[in-house]
Design a protein around this ligand. Structure first.
Ligand code: 4AD
Ligand code: MG
Length: 434
């Protein structure tokens, strides 16, 4: 039996007999020759079945192949400069693993389907070249994030998903039954990161986070993945530098390793190649002035909406670091600027080309008294946050960190219209299936 090989490794087998196992992507035929396009998850290769060179049974099987029927094809690998991947498979043996009957064909055809239809068939849509490219880039982004922190002495410490309290405001909490009691799905691992940063110095967590977002926008999911570093003895500027380094590293890695996927996605890579440090830094005050100059209704003290973020990042080719927002629009744990207590030592990173906020974070309140005041002011249940205040009682230190939403970064790097394509099975206001 010839070896079973992956299409991605096909070049190593030029001139040899191999077996490819996969699915039929497309079929062309011209009477005496059939050209099945086979995908195996690692790539796509064109097969060639010549009637005069194979048994009648193999030829009939090949000619009758339907889209997405699963198969094993045996044959010799032949270099062909005209073939898309540089190689073709001269098929001599063909086994159909599961035949998709003509009466119940694969529902997704090359014709234009509406987005709702595709989302309803997400479990199958993922097989398309475009979706596979996105999955590949997403994988690379996640791997790059982990490498970035792992190579810099960070310890990955997992944080819980069932939590007793809010981290990012009580309006977007998902409540779930917890035996006789109730719990909330985590909005962020940050509060726990603050505990573990005091244990290991530099930590990060990476996992799913949940927000009951009632807004139906192209940037919001109800379940999204966030990578969150937290560093003891770090200030706002350190968090900004860390985020800048992370984003530049991730973009560089994708450019180095995922060119072919970016090509499938028709991403303008010249724009990504410009994403090198230093990134521009802008205070909230300056940002408000720029926005007003561009006709926005924003007043000092208000939070930026999606449109403001898009307007602001226009004219910048790199991600933009906007720091020191008014404390009133930010979460309870944000440290006030000692020089100007009405603003917080926080930062949002806005991606270029209108992709909006990809990072949010900053310096945390280190003082026990101030933290307790903020918890009271926000009417957060103190009994669930006692442990968090404890961190300010036993060796409190300045500390900072941030969260980066993976889906927002995937959308930006891939150049996608909407975050729904950035995650295998998106969860949104009106979508819980498949
Ligand atoms: O700005 P956020 O809410 O910050 C936090 O949760 C902090 N506790 C993180 C920290 O400091 N450790 O969210 C961080 C990032 C945003 O910048 C955005 O990229 C992403 O998470 N994000 C979302 N992504 C998709 N859908 C949503 N509904 C999102 N909400 C936030
Ligand atoms: Mg934010």
């Amino acid at each position: 039996m010839p070896p079973v090989v992956e299409i991605r490794n096909i070049a190593q087998f030029a001139g040899q007999e191999v077996v490819i196992q996969g699915w039929l992507y497309n079929l062309r035929s011209s009477g005496k020759i059939v050209f099945p396009l086979i995908r195996d998850g690692s790539g796509i290769i064109q097969g060639v079945v010549v009637k005069s060179a194979v048994s009648p049974q193999v030829f009939e099987h090949a000619r009758g192949l339907t889209q997405e029927s699963s198969l094993r094809a045996a044959g010799k690998v032949r270099a062909d400069a005209r073939a898309p991947g540089g190689f073709e498979l001269d098929i001599t043996g063909l086994e159909i693993v599961q035949y998709v009957p003509i009466e119940r064909p694969y529902p997704i055809t090359p014709k234009d389907h509406g987005i709702e239809f595709l989302m309803d068939h997400r479990h199958l849509w993922l097989r398309s070249s475009r979706q596979r490219a996105i999955l590949g880039v997403r994988h690379e982004i996640i791997k790059a994030c982990r490498d970035y922190f792992d190579d810099r002495g960070f310890t990955l410490v997992d944080t819980p998903i069932f939590t007793p309290a809010a981290c990012e405001g009580t309006t977007t909490l998902f409540e779930v039954g917890y035996f006789e009691d109730k719990a909330y799905l985590t909005q962020s691992g940050q509060l726990y990161n603050e505990a573990t940063a005091a244990a290991v110095g530099k930590t990060y967590c990476f996992g799913p986070t949940f927000r009951a977002e009632k807004s139906k926008t192209r940037r919001h999911l109800t379940e999204f993945w966030m990578i969150e570093p937290e560093v003891a003895f770090a200030h706002l500027d350190d968090a900004m530098a860390l985020g800048e380094g992370l984003v530049a590293f991730v973009v560089e890695r994708v450019l180095a390793k995922r060119r072919s996927e970016l090509k499938v996605l028709e991403r303008d890579v010249a724009k990504l190649e410009k994403v090198v440090p230093p990134f521009p830094r802008l205070s909230y005050d300056e940002a408000v002035k720029i926005l007003q100059g561009k006709g926005s209704e924003i007043q000092w003290g208000g939070d930026f909406g999606g449109t403001d973020e898009t307007l602001l990042s226009e004219g910048f080719e790199k991600p933009l670091l906007v720091h020191r927002y008014p404390s009133q629009v930010k979460a309870f744990y944000m440290a006030p600027d000692p020089a100007r207590p009405e603003v917080a030592l926080c930062v949002d990173m806005l991606a270029p080309q209108g992709y909006g906020e990809i990072i949010g974070g900053g310096e945390r309140i280190a003082d026990e008294k101030l933290l307790v005041e903020r918890i009271e002011k926000e009417k957060l249940p103190p009994e669930t946050l006692g442990w968090y205040v404890d961190l300010r009682r036993y060796g409190s230190v300045p500390h900072s960190g941030f969260g980066m939403g993976i889906e927002r970064v995937v959308a930006w790097i891939c150049g996608l219209e909407h975050v729904r394509e950035t995650i295998p099975f998106p969860r949104m206001l009106y979508r819980l299936t498949p």
